[in-house]
Design a protein around this ligand. Structure first.
Ligand code: GRF
Length: 209
């Protein structure tokens, strides 16, 4: 049984997609042990509660300095002994120690086709604003393992999404969620839970579907 901790900051639609996929049996061999948010008002915490899953808030604002937060955050995650940490719209920079400890055991969903529109400063609507400003005709989403860089880890799955002429950032964001994020994040978890994902040389991923 793959034990997950899901880290969130906002609405939690990706969390919901995971919970629904577990309920439907599209994700097998997996349980969500806890949802951790840095934002006390994140609707994602409600979604966890509605599912009888522990919802915890731990924010850098509760600590004197970043090191104290990093230590407490890692301890909190470790207390659930997860097999996989899922960053589902989590807006906090992951402590380096945690990246080491969870190498190839922590994944992130990013709302573009990496390496386009990713890295520092590319989060939320900004990603879709940049895609529209560049005039790309195809965008999408990427699930990848987390390494020391921003959005640089080994790519597990990508799903393309067409851009339409009259898209606004908000409309495009929604389409990328519906057609890509809510599909490939649960799919990646199911593949990992069933031993179908292997990282080769710390760089590329072989998916055995
Ligand atoms: C998603 O677009 C995700 O790709 C990005 O942040 C957003 C989170 O949305 N990293 P939600 O909280 O899952 O609804």
């Amino acid at each position: 049984m793959l034990k997950l901790v899901v880290c969130v900051s906002g609405g939690g639609t990706n969390l919901q997609a995971i919970l629904d996929a577990v309920d439907r049996g599209d994700i097998t061999n997996t349980e969500v042990a806890a949802v951790i948010s840095n934002n006390p008002n994140a609707y994602a915490l409600e979604r966890a509660k509605n599912h009888d899953i522990a919802g915890i808030c731990i924010s850098p604002k509760q600590f004197e300095d970043r090191d104290s937060f990093n230590k407490a955050f890692l301890e909190k995650v470790n207390s659930y002994q997860p097999d996989l940490v899922v960053l589902a719209g989590f807006l906090v920079v992951i402590p380096e120690l945690m990246i080491k400890e969870y190498r190839n055991r922590m994944i992130n969903i990013h709302p573009s086709l990496i390496p386009s529109f990713c890295g520092t400063g590319y989060y939320g609507l900004k990603v879709h604003e940049a895609a529209l400003a560049r005039g790309v005709k195809v965008t999408g989403a990427t699930v990848h393992f987390v390494d020391e860089g921003t959005d640089t880890g080994p790519i597990i799955l990508q799903q393309p999404v067409m851009v339409k002429a009259d898209d606004t950032p908000e409309i495009l964001q929604r389409r990328v969620m519906e057609q890509a994020e809510w599909k490939i994040l649960p799919q990646a978890i199911d593949l990992i839970a069933n031993g179908k994902v292997k990282v080769i040389d710390g760089k590329s991923v072989i998916v055995d579907v």
